[in-house]
Design a protein around this ligand. Structure first.
Ligand code: MG
Length: 256
């Protein structure tokens, strides 16, 4: 059963979305060459405290995690694809950094991610990987419409990814968002158009394409959390929390 929320409740979710967007903007600006990943986590933690928000990550301990996450933001660098656990590492010019951040604010969760090249100038291949993820996200969001089916979102993401020559891992993907970070449904990053549950106003989804250059396989690093590409190739990951309304998709985590 996919939860649905009234327009009034969707309005109550806006502060969480705006806050997550603002933190990602601030942390991405701080992610310059020489900055330590632990400093980025500390910045995000300070912003959480100031806002009176609650981290969805710090105590998070699902079956696939080695221990409670213990940090408030995921910092995935280069071959780290997802769930990058912040550690003592200084960013270098040209690193491909993905930031994934989720909090609860005023009782509602928002979840969003971005990818960037540290120092602004990276390889053309890395930029293309990021651009493809962003195009896949735009395509997925465009299909988050009443009257469509869940598989239309998955298919749109998969189509953009595969057309650009990347293979898609469907083990980790999007999900419903509400009072908690992970709710029904799960939204794989590839699928069949016209399949799955009907999309209705009031559903709220985290849509999150991620890609690796030359593999669709991952492994868990020694920290028990960070998922790295099997072949060491770089990865990108972008995400927005999106409400389906009768007028179409509403991106709650839009950055200005
Ligand atoms: Mg996320």
């Amino acid at each position: 059963m996919i939860p649905r929320h009234s327009p009034g409740t969707l309005d109550q979710m806006r502060p969480a979305g705006a806050f997550v967007a603002s933190v990602l903007t601030q942390v991405s600006r701080a992610a310059t060459p020489g900055t330590n990943l632990l400093e980025l986590d500390a910045l995000a933690h300070d912003l959480i405290r100031e806002a009176g928000a609650t981290s969805c990550y710090i105590d998070y301990h699902p079956s696939f995690g080695g221990s409670p996450f213990g940090k408030v933001i995921c910092t995935s660098v280069n071959d780290a694809a997802l769930h990058g656990l912040p550690h003592d590492y200084r960013l270098a010019n040209g690193d491909l950094l993905s930031l994934d951040f989720a909090v609860s604010l005023q009782g509602w969760v928002a979840d969003s991610a971005l990818s960037m090249i540290v120092g602004g100038q990276g390889s053309a291949a890395d930029q293309r990987l990021i651009d493809t993820c962003e195009e896949a996200l735009v395509a997925g969001i465009a299909h988050a419409q009443p009257g469509n089916r869940l598989g239309d979102i998955s298919a749109a993401i998969g189509e953009v990814s595969r057309a650009a020559g990347y293979s898609v891992n469907t083990d980790f993907g999007g999900h419903g968002v509400g009072r908690t970070m992970h709710e029904d449904p799960s939204i794989p990053n590839d699928g069949r158009p016209g399949s799955g549950p009907a999309l209705k106003p009031g559903m709220v989804f985290a849509i999150e394409p991620w890609l690796m250059h030359s593999t669709d396989e991952i492994y868990t690093a020694d920290d028990g959390w960070t998922l790295r590409s099997a072949d060491g190739s770089r990865s990108a990951h972008v995400e927005h929390t999106v409400a389906i309304t009768k007028n179409g998709p509403l991106v709650l985590t839009q950055r200005s």
